[in-house]
Ligand binder design. Structure first.
Ligand code: ATP
Ligand code: MG
Length: 228
């Protein structure tokens, strides 16, 4: 394994292992993980994307982007390998599977920060109970880790739904990020173009890239405040 850790001094304390988890399919884990990896790479951080989902959608996207990436489909291997990868990279971004599996549990046991994308539909909101339970159990075992946060993904321009979803999630035990990620065609188009909104040209990708930057900055600040 090449030693590729950057020599940057860390102004902001970064989560070494950042995972995107939610057993609900289609919530935005792979999209979030690939964009997070690209965000860290654009900041000069050596980053590896670990695709822990059997569907391997993020690894084929990562290949198109030229990312360092690795598919790990066995929870035992993931458990052993994640800490080893932190010796070689500044950030290890993990894309979790869309099911409540041993893999999701292994991710929660090894991650430092877990981001849970959730769509603002009542079906998606109702299903957060399972991942919240998993996170709570991991935090109990690990004495508070992983630090976790939910964010609303693919938010439509519907303030009533957004308000309702925010109210439901704000009463939970996992903090809800203030920043929401809008539903945007350019985000949907990114994997087909082998790109991310950070690399695509035009006003819409630029606005979506700002939203990702805002959400990841908020998440890293939360991590810094809770882990210090
Ligand atoms: N903010 C967004 N705006 C528009 N489309 C989005 C957004 N986030 C995700 N999508 C689209 O929603 C679909 C599901 O997203 P994604 O594959 O990231 O979810 P997932 O949680 O990884 O799903 P799975 O559980 O199946 O792995 C994809 O087609 C993706 O392009
Ligand atoms: Mg996925």
């Amino acid at each position: 394994m090449p030693k590729s850790k950057s020599t940057k001094s860390a102004a902001l304390k970064l989560p070494l292992i950042l995972a995107f988890a939610n057993q609900k399919g289609g919530s935005g884990k792979s999209t979030g993980a690939v964009h997070a990896a690209d965000w860290f790479i654009h900041q000069g951080r050596s980053t590896i994307l670990v695709d822990a989902d059997g569907q391997q959608s993020s690894s084929s996207w990562a290949k198109d982007l030229g990312f360092v990436h690795k598919v790990i489909s066995d929870p035992e291997v993931l458990f052993d390998e994640l800490p080893l990868l932190t010796a070689s990279y500044d950030v290890v971004v993990v894309d979790g599977p869309g099911n409540a599996s041993e893999m999701t549990k292994a991710i929660l046991i090894r991650s430092h920060l877990v981001l849970i994308p959730c769509r603002d539909s009542m079906i998606d909101l109702a299903s957060t109970g399972k991942i919240v339970q998993f996170v709570r159990q991991a935090q109990e075992i690990r004495g508070g880790s992983p630090i976790a946060a939910i964010y609303l993904n693919a938010v439509k321009d519907n303030t009533v739904l957004l308000r309702e979803a925010t109210e439901v999630l704000q009463n939970g035990i996992i903090p809800l990020l203030n920043t929401t990620l809008p539903e945007r065609q350019c985000i949907k188009d990114a994997p087909g173009q082998g790109s991310t909104v950070f690399r695509m040209k035009g006003d819409a990708p630029k606005a979506a890239a700002s939203a990702y930057t805002k959400i990841l900055t908020e998440a890293c600040s939360l991590f810094q405040s809770k882990s210090s």
